[in-house]
Design a protein around this ligand. Structure first.
Ligand SMILES: Cc1ncc(C[n+]2csc(CCOP(=O)(O)OP(=O)(O)O)c2C)c(N)n1
Length: 373
């Protein structure tokens, strides 16, 4: 980091305009908007681009599988790839990611197998992967609860004296929850190695950002909690990666938490059961489609000569292989035991739970008998 960037480490007020390293035409930016952050190397940017292409293809495939009825629900992250991929790329293997239901592509990028991730959305199992193996907590549906878990894990790491960093992903709506405020405050007071990455996709289902908060930006809230805050163009993967990586290393070095707001847009519906035409305009959607984060980095990489046609074709082919593997895995009917629903809830199951288990067991036996007759 440059001296200038180090001085910006304890900003009193986050920048007025989002920090940016590549503009929407795919041109690198110098000076003010870069706020002391340097453009990542071409190799790093190609790696980020590759992950974004895989993530987008995966997301499209999962959306299609959901429409075909293979999944119960799916909250797409289309348009949020720059935030999601940067979050994971900034972490080291020993770090922990605390994602929400929206952040499926972040899990993919962290190396969790598609079938393991998606068994949750199909309703097969509590979480289909081992959180400890990947250092990824189960995707949280109760808003902002994962932020408190991240602080707890980070505080424990600090007490143990190891260099683990926790990164919590939150939506703009989640920042209105009491849990988010408690997490920010505890993290700051305890000096915990946490990065809070708020993906401000401007909508909490049908509630727009300006009905959630009167703050100029969500990054501004960092001032009140006594920690650094950064307002970043969430569709600029170069800026997101530069800022998130420096916040992760800042935390690792013992300097405490950071709030980062990535300004982005949820291009799809909230989930497959939502109809966004009822609350936002097609003009708004079209405007943000023109700011597509994947187009932007591709334009930059092609323009700078870093992305050749061969590399681009190779990445596209890998994305198709991933999509086909995801399709095959999800088109096979899972073998599940519905009674497992009651396992792992309590160490010693409560009588009411056992009663419910017996009720379900009886129902299943009756259904089996009808099918067999
Ligand atoms: C504690 C809690 N309250 C309400 C909900 C219902 N709910 C589900 S998603 C959502 C909107 C969240 O918006 P945001 O945090 O901006 O995330 P996004 O879905 O846009 O990624 C709400 C209110 C919930 N899941 N948890």
């Amino acid at each position: 980091m440059s001296d200038e960037a180090t001085a910006l480490r304890t900003p009193v007020v986050p920048t007025q305009l989002p920090i940016r390293l590549i503009d929407e035409d795919g041109v690198a930016i110098d000076g003010q908007r870069a706020a002391g952050f340097a453009l990542p190397s071409p190799e790093t940017l190609i790696g980020l681009y590759r992950q974004m292409v895989l993530a987008r293809r995966f997301d499209a495939q999962v959306t299609a599988l959901t429409r075909q009825g293979r999944l119960a629900t799916y909250p797409s992250a289309l348009g949020q790839e720059a935030c999601e991929i940067s979050a994971v790329a900034a972490l080291r293997p020993q770090d922990w990611l605390f994602p929400t239901y929206r952040d499926t592509i972040a899990l993919l990028s962290r190396g969790v197998f598609p079938l393991e991730i998606l068994s949750f959305f199909r309703g097969d199992w509590h979480a289909g992967f081992d959180p400890h193996e990947h250092r990824v907590s189960p995707q949280s549906t109760p808003l902002a609860t994962q932020a408190l878990h991240a602080v707890g894990l980070a505080a424990a790491a600090r007490l143990r004296g190891d260099d683990t960093v926790a990164l919590a992903l939150l939506g703009d709506g989640a920042t209105s929850e009491g849990d988010a405020h408690e997490a920010f405050n505890f993290a700051s007071v305890w000096h915990s190695p946490v990065v809070f990455l708020i993906q401000n996709n401007q909508w909490a289902i049908s509630v727009p950002f300006d009905k959630q908060s009167n703050a100029r930006t969500l990054a501004d809230r960092a001032i009140g909690y006594g920690m650094p805050g950064y307002f970043v163009d969430g569709n600029d993967v170069a800026a997101m990666f530069a800022v998130v990586s420096s916040a992760v290393e800042f935390a690792r070095a013992g300097n405490g938490p950071t709030i980062i707001e990535g300004l982005t847009y949820r291009m799809e519906a909230h989930t497959n059961s939502d109809d966004p035409t009822r609350y936002r305009s097609t003009e708004d959607e079209a405007r943000w489609r023109r700011l597509d984060p994947l187009d932007r980095i591709e334009k930059y990489l092609v323009g700078s000569g870093a992305l050749t046609e061969t590399v681009r074709a190779d990445i596209a082919e890998r994305a198709e292989v991933l999509a086909a593997a995801t399709r095959d895995a999800m088109n096979a009917d899972p073998v599940i035991d519905p009674l497992e629903l009651f396992d792992h809830v309590y160490q010693t199951p409560r009588p009411a739970l056992l009663e419910q288990r017996e009720f379900l067991a009886r129902e299943l036996a009756e259904t089996d008998a009808v099918v067999a007759s």
